[in-house]
Write a protein of this length. Structure first.
Lengths: 253, 253
DNA sequence: AAGTGGTCTAGACCACCGG
DNA sequence: CGGTGGTCTAGACCACTTC
């Protein structure tokens, strides 16, 4: 018999399915359009619903689809570019930054943060919660950890909690000279509270940006920001809003 | 009857399972240790294997576990920090960069790259493949697109293909004055070829770093690098190798 | 050959959203 | 209320690694 090298590595059904769906999205659908429901799609392709879902999950991970329980599956718009690494380093809360303070509470930070701060095990910090919205959609939730020693002159007259107190803490922080900052990006899954704020289910994939702010020869603040991985493209450098399309032909709805 | 507000929002089994496993990993396991196989684990927790797998998948996504077909599931070491945004911008292939050129072929770039290059639809580019290894493990695969117009003086004497030609192209690129660069990070899934190079299955989650290099008032090169999302933490700024642990208590094996 | 994780099935029920 | 996506089950078979 002749050698039949072809098909010696059959690709999984869900992988092939994903490719087919991806091409269909490019050619036959517009942004925002609703796909048939999962049971119909599975039947149409002759696969079990679980297999179909495996393909949809990947497409959602790649930002091509958006699924909402009780509603349906829609074609996602291109990812929005979100600037996270400004050319010039600035304190959080500086004029013009994209974050909205939500709350501020005193606490001892979790162990992971203590390791980054390199502070004492039980040093108190101000924990500031902020959220970031672009194009009317929530894209990120942030926890800022600011050792009390970084804002020693915080007036007792300021609000004891809430957004007002958050702003007061950040205002105090501005008084320090910022020596530098650095960031790291990694993949994570949304905790329950972050998920609620991002309008996603717990466990949704997120890009976790950890930023350290240096002043007076030590780490003066730490930010842990979680961005929706399905809708965001994090930009570093000069290019803030430049559009990058996977498919330049994609039509607007 | 008394109001029983508690348990009004029962969390999914796999989510609870993930929490339990995560704590067990912290307290009862060391890096590199092998977990019981999935069928045993599922039986031990009284759930179906699919449910157990859903928990394991999340833990793998978070870099806590490593699973290999035919081998088993092991406790993953902390993610490695990989510097991707140097303080000073440099051309790819400059002395001391972490990439190893693998090949170079001429081609017309895919549509997505044409959009980034803002070049003519059918301009030829040199496509350089490179790979990045740290700690003996492959962490990233890269495709570099360099318009022929960026390296006009490429000698015909140089090797026609392979690593030698890749180095020759990059060497020519160094002669341009680099005006600046910017990067973007987003979540993606590994294509078949990248997956093979990264020692993962196709579709594995990856962090896609798109970098544009500017010279002479235009985009002189574009790099699309895919990093293993399970094992990598991408660092920007001054902090290259500083350790950040999720769990400082975790023991080394 | 034995054991692992990866894929796939055909069902069931639940949580959520909209009319 | 009906329809959607989300969770869960109990099985089966396949691809791969190791011995």
């Amino acid at each position: 018999m002749g050698t039949q090298q072809l098909e010696s590595v059959p690709e999984p059904k869900y992988w092939h399915l994903k490719t087919v769906l991806s091409e269909a999205l490019d050619s036959d659908f517009t942004v925002g359009e609703i796909l048939p429901n999962e049971r119909d799609l599975a039947a149409r392709f002759g696969v079990a619903r679980a297999t179909l879902r495996q393909a949809l999950e990947q497409l959602e991970l790649e930002g091509r689809l958006q699924r909402r329980r009780g509603v349906g599956t829609t074609v996602a718009p291109p990812r929005v570019g979100v600037a996270v690494g400004a050319e010039q380093h600035v304190w959080p809360g500086a004029v013009g930054d994209a974050w909205q303070p939500a709350d501020c509470t005193p606490a001892v930070p979790p162990a992971a943060v203590v390791g980054i701060l390199e502070s004492g095990d039980d040093e108190q910090v101000h924990t500031v919660r902020r959220s970031r919205v672009t194009h009317g959609q929530p894209v990120a939730a942030e926890l800022l950890y600011i050792p009390t020693s970084s804002v020693p002159d915080l007036s007792a007259i300021d609000a004891p909690s809430g957004p007002a107190r958050a702003r007061a803490v950040l205002r105090e922080l501005q008084r320090l000279d910022l020596d530098g900052q650095d960031s790291a990006v990694e993949l994570g899954s949304a905790r329950a509270d972050d998920a609620r704020e991002l309008d996603r289910l717990p466990g949704a994939p997120v890009l976790v940006v950890t930023t350290r702010f240096f002043a007076e020869g030590r780490t003066a603040a730490v930010s842990i920001a979680t961005y929706r991985a399905d809708t965001c493209r994090l930009t570093f450098g000069d290019s803030g809003g430049v559009e990058i399309h996977h498919d330049p032909e994609r039509k607007a709805s």
